[in-house]
Design a protein around this ligand. Structure first.
Ligand SMILES: Nc1ncnc2c1ncn2[C@@H]1O[C@H](COP(=O)(O)OP(=O)(O)OP(=O)(O)O)[C@@H](O)[C@H]1O
Ligand SMILES: [Mg+2]
Length: 307
């Protein structure tokens, strides 16, 4: 079924490298999309111990740009490289929880942790099928959280205080934000050391980025002076369309080296993997998309965004 719509297997080598597949002949002269040189990021060295975690929010108020897919796939790739990863489902839709195949009902969720300080965050952590990748789930209850938190003391810092209780056990915490810039997202940004912005290679996707960066700047001014923009990740890139290439070129023009070298190609394997409740790195380990997320993991380690 997938092969009918998934053309990546038929692309020539240069195009596959644009999709993030490591070319057979690596090194000198390899060019990625937008003709930037493609670095062969080294495999991360094993860690001697774990924690404290660096917290990264995956954030974009535009819907459907690949936040959840990136949280799952990057988390799984980092876990393959021996990093201890905790993924936080911070969207009432619960797509991250579903994509990782964990329970969301009759279990403590992130909502319970935000609302009650008496719940131990460790009791909400669930293991996934990927060794080293754990998750705190969410369900539709979370949609009521903004209303409940509005009158709390230090309402923007509640997630940060929850994560402080578990971050020593992990190397990285990835927060899958909902598509909004409301109080939950501000909580995620306040709790984070870094932000990763998945950006769909589509013209209208560019329009919201200025507002998102403005929000990050406000959070830096008022709540979290240390927050950094770790990178902008181009997703759903289709090297066969001029449109995708033009959008990527514009993004690089505007944001320079904040744009990660790794580019995630468009492929129907992702929806297929979500249905299976498994990360792409397990569902189709040799697929270009799985390789692209491993490359992203290596790039983020090389940049120092992850230990
Ligand atoms: N590189 C890709 N190629 C093709 N489809 C993709 C790709 N990445 C994600 N998708 C699919 O696009 C849809 C939206 O992706 P995803 O849920 O990751 O986005 P999101 O930003 O988390 O969305 P939301 O804002 O609703 O939370 C999903 O069906 C997913 O399977
Ligand atoms: Mg999502």
């Amino acid at each position: 079924m997938a092969s009918m719509r998934d053309n990546s297997a038929e692309l020539p080598l240069a195009e596959l490298s644009a999709l993030g597949r490591t070319p057979v002949t690596e090194g000198a002269g390899t060019l990625g999309p937008t003709n930037r040189p493609q670095t062969d990021f080294p495999v991360p060295v094993p860690l001697k111990g774990h924690g404290p975690a660096r917290v990264i929010a995956l954030c974009n108020q535009k819907g459907g740009v690949g936040k959840t897919t990136t949280t799952i796939s990057l988390g799984a790739a980092l876990a393959e490289y021996g990093r201890r990863v905790l993924a936080i489902d911070f969207d009432p839709q619960g797509a991250l929880s579903a994509g990782l195949g964990v329970q969301t009902h009759d279990v403590p969720t992130i909502y319970d942790l935000l609302l009650s300080r008496s719940v131990d965050p460790r009791d909400a952590i669930q293991k996934t099928k990927v060794p080293g990748l754990d998750v705190i789930p969410a369900n539709i209850d979370l949609s009521a959280a903004e209303v409940h938190l509005v009158n709390e003391v230090a309402r923007e810092q509640i997630l940060a205080s929850v994560l402080r209780k578990v971050s020593d056990d992990y190397d990285v915490v990835l927060i899958d934000c909902q598509p909004s810039l409301g109080l939950l997202t501000v909580n995620a940004l306040t709790a984070s050391h870094g932000v990763l912005i998945p950006l769909e290679c589509e013209f209208f996707a560019l329009r919201g980025v200025a507002l998102l960066i403005e929000t990050i700047d406000k959070v830096r001014d008022r709540l979290n002076p240390a927050i950094e923009l770790d990178g902008i990740l181009a997703t759903m890139y289709d090297s066969r369309t001029l449109h995708s290439r033009e959008v990527l070129e514009r993004v690089v023009d505007a944001f320079g080296d904040k744009v990660l070298e790794t580019v995630i190609g468009r492929t129907v394997k992702f929806p297929d993997a979500s249905v299976a409740g498994a990360p792409i790195t397990q569902f189709a380990p040799e697929h270009a998309a799985a390789r692209a997320y491993r490359q992203l993991a290596r790039e983020l380690v090389s940049r120092g965004a992850v230990a």
